[in-house]
Write a protein that binds this ligand. Structure first.
Ligand SMILES: Nc1nc2c(ncn2[C@@H]2O[C@H](COP(=O)(O)OP(=O)(O)OP(=O)(O)O)[C@@H](O)[C@H]2O)c(=O)[nH]1
Ligand SMILES: [Mg+2]
Length: 430
């Protein structure tokens, strides 16, 4: 007999004495009858609790009885991807596992090998071991044999290694040396993040306008950007490239936050000039409002401190799943060339995240941008964990949506803005 049941029986006997036996002998006064009513209420609550416990046990039993892969409820899954048979037979029946014309892309330094392996291990376990997409590694210096050996053994599919040509990586000779050095010094003095780093500027410029021009990527239409030392918290349970293609998505993100304004003092003004000069590139259904609206969302919203009309919202580009054809388009290249000409990648410290984000927001339709809210992800110091408990259970997530590092729950997240002014919020099973 469960403890609840025993307690229930004792309480029932007590109630019977109280409401019948006692009443026979003594006339109840109003205090006593109030007391009896209260006890009846408690009894009702216990009964209802007992029913809930039983219901829950039945639910858990139903899940256990099913004994098959549990699935997330993301509306994009096709039915055949939802059952165990599909996953079991997947590798046997698919000889060419790379369904989409896609690669996983990592720009990385030799000394970041351990972090690279951690990221690979996580993505392989959570997604790629079922698909075996090729890993493409890029570096501004040749990869060591040690790096190649370890990453090749970690990959479930093929690996390839590219050396970035100097003209795509190094500071162009037309950049004014004095102005550049001055900015390095000032940035350091003013506490600009990575402000005194020369290589960081090369990296941001490369990621903004040169990664998609690398020869190794010519054959692909899609890439999934991965950085060292990141982790994916949940099973994917579907192919995000396929999802993107089938739903006409061009750019996918997980985290969106505010940029440090001191890294991009003139980026917005330059962008405004671009918009005036190239109105034909601005998509009629763009997300301009997402990156310019400053009205607070919710009672505790952050007051945005921006000197320009840009509200500093950007997609955190250390995670990206995107269509290379977008970056190869005339529209994006006109935008990048326009920025490049100003030297802002060196005279300031423009990041590839705001550059990609502004480009995507202006040049794509809102609906072509996808928020992967079901992919738990961490790139320190921020992470994102699905808030739906059932998504977390079904996708075997290991993360806590309520912990402080979960950026989606803080005032610093731009995701609520994306729901309001971007493609909106999609609900489960919608
Ligand atoms: N080959 C090469 N890769 C670089 C260089 N600098 C950065 N990267 C890579 O570029 C990506 C972004 O650099 P990070 O240092 O991670 O920059 P971040 O994400 O803004 O900052 P943290 O991750 O917080 O350090 C990562 O994949 C790095 O491995 C470089 O000089 N050479
Ligand atoms: Mg990083």
């Amino acid at each position: 007999m469960s403890r609840t049941k025993a307690f229930l029986i004792i309480l029932s006997i007590f109630m019977t004495i109280l409401t019948t036996g006692w009443n026979c002998r003594v006339r109840p006064n109003s205090n006593e009858s109030n007391y009896a009513t209260k006890l009846e209420d408690i009894l009702d609550q216990i009964k209802s609790y007992e029913q809930q416990v039983q219901l829950r046990a039945n639910n858990i039993q139903t899940i256990l009885n099913r004994q098959k892969i549990k699935h997330g409820t993301n509306a994009y899954y096709s039915n055949d991807e939802r059952n165990l048979e599909f996953v079991k037979n997947f590798q046997e029946t698919h000889t060419n596992l790379q369904h989409e014309n896609a690669t996983i892309l990592m720009l990385v330094r030799n000394w970041e090998l351990e972090g690279a392996l951690k990221s690979m291990r996580s993505l392989e376990d959570r997604f790629n071991h079922l698909y075996k997409y090729t890993w493409t590694f890029l570096n501004d210096v040749p990869f060591t044999d040690e790096f190649k050996e370890a990453t090749t053994l970690m990959a479930s599919g093929k690996t390839q290694y590219g050396l970035i040509p100097s003209e795509d990586w190094d500071r162009p000779s037309w950049i004014n040396e004095t102005k550049f050095e001055e900015n390095l010094l000032n940035s350091e003095k003013n506490g600009v993040l990575y402000g005194n780093s020369r290589s960081y500027r090369n990296m941001c410029r490369f990621n903004s306008g040169y990664f998609y021009k690398q020869k190794l990527l010519d054959q692909y239409q899609w890439y999934f950007r991965v950085e060292p030392d990141v982790e994916y918290f949940c099973d994917f349970q579907y192919d995000p490239f396929k999802l993107m293609r089938e739903n006409n998505k061009k750019y996918g993100f997980v985290i969106s936050i505010y940029e440090y304004e001191n890294t991009i003092p003139t980026l917005w003004n330059t962008t405004k000039q671009f918009m005036e000069q190239y109105p034909q590139h601005i998509h009629p259904n763009n997300s301009l409002e997402f990156i310019t609206n400053t009205s607070p969302i919710g009672s505790k919203a952050l007051a945005i401190q921006s000197e320009s009309d840009y509200n500093l919202c950007h997609f955190w580009s250390n995670f990206e799943i995107a269509n290379l054809d977008f970056f190869r388009s005339k529209a994006y290249n006109d935008y990048f060339d326009f920025l490049e000409k100003t030297g802002g990648f060196y005279y300031e410290r423009w990041g590839d995240a705001p550059v990609h984000s502004i480009g995507v927001a202006l040049l794509l339709a809102r609906d072509e941008i996808h928020h992967f809210e079901d992919i738990g992800y961490i790139h320190a110091p921020f992470e994102s964990c699905p808030t739906s408990r059932y998504t977390r259970l079904n996708k075997r997530c290991v993360c806590d949506p309520y912990k402080e590092a979960n950026i989606d729950m803080t005032l610093h997240s731009c995701v609520p803005k994306w729901w309001k002014f971007g493609a909106g919020k999609k609900f489960m099973n919608e």
